[in-house]
Design a protein. Structure first.
Length: 276
């Protein structure tokens, strides 16, 4: 049971759109499936629309990270009767999720993420190693499509490779604009990111891998021969079983790792060009 929070006007600079549709909220909680004893962390609880059912499902234990100081007093009042409710005031983009986990259970991270920070925040979380058990996020539908894309499709790109290198990605369902206040101009979607227990295709040098991916997608219409010129020769690509005339959006995660591991064995570093 909670108290009603004070009225708060959504702030554009925080990218706030507050979820209001109870049917959607219930569906999200069912998708997450919180269980007692788990470490559940909500990023950006806002006015607590998702927070309350998560608290109830997790038997009163939930940690939240909130940047907007004006929202925190309302959250404290709203959930004062939950001793296991903990607020961390701060920016999730700078938050140390490894330190939050400590020696305890891995974190299950959830949130209705502001569109303007969703991609860098996911990148930050993906660097948290085994601190994260899984993530459930409400994101712009276009971002979810990129995360869950398959090689060869129009949405396959840097974000797809980065996410799927570390995680299994499941696009769950679409959330229409009318579920929010204020109403956004685009559809949203729920995505589940589950870090691999063991990387299927481990890179020898991950910094080099992600530099390579960035360079490969620098110009999507150009071939690997052109985009990776100075990084790897066409002959070396052919020796790896990869046609240098292919475009970057056709390569799988495994193929990007294959190239990166070859470069790592050749002594290349992130940012270093290889002579032809």
């Amino acid at each position: 049971m909670s108290s009603r929070p004070p009225v708060h006007r959504a702030r554009k600079r925080f990218g706030q759109n507050f979820l209001r549709d109870r049917g959607i909220i219930s569906r999200i909680v069912r998708a997450i499936g919180p269980r007692p004893g788990e470490r559940l962390v909500e990023i950006g609880p806002g006015q607590g629309a998702l927070t309350e059912p998560l608290l109830e499902a997790a038997e009163g234990h939930l940690e939240v990270i909130e940047l907007d100081r004006d929202l925190i007093p309302g959250l404290r009042v709203q959930f004062f009767n939950y001793p296991g409710f903990v607020i961390h005031e701060g920016d999730a983009l700078k938050f140390d999720f490894r330190a939050l986990r400590g020696e305890g259970e891995r974190l299950r991270v959830v949130g209705n993420l502001p569109y303007n920070i969703s991609t860098p925040l996911i990148a930050h979380l993906l660097q948290s190693g085994d601190a994260i058990a899984d993530m459930h996020f409400m994101l712009q539908k276009e971002v979810v499509e990129r995360l869950a894309a398959e090689p060869g499709g129009p949405d396959w790109g840097r974000l797809s490779v980065m996410a799927q290198y570390r995680c299994r990605v499941d696009s769950l369902f679409v959330v229409p604009p009318e579920a929010f206040v204020p109403r956004p101009k685009v559809d949203s979607a729920i995505v589940r990111l589950t870090p691999h227990a063991e990387l299927p295709h481990p890179a020898t040098d991950e910094a080099l891998l992600f530099t390579l991916v960035r360079e490969a997608f620098g110009q999507r219409r150009k071939t690997l021969r052109n985009n990776l010129k100075g990084r790897i020769t066409a002959e070396a690509l052919e020796a790896l079983g990869i046609d240098p005339a292919r475009r970057p959006q056709t390569l799988t995660v495994e193929e990007f790792v294959r190239i990166a591991n070859h470069l790592a064995q050749s002594g290349a570093e992130a940012g270093e060009e290889v002579p032809e």
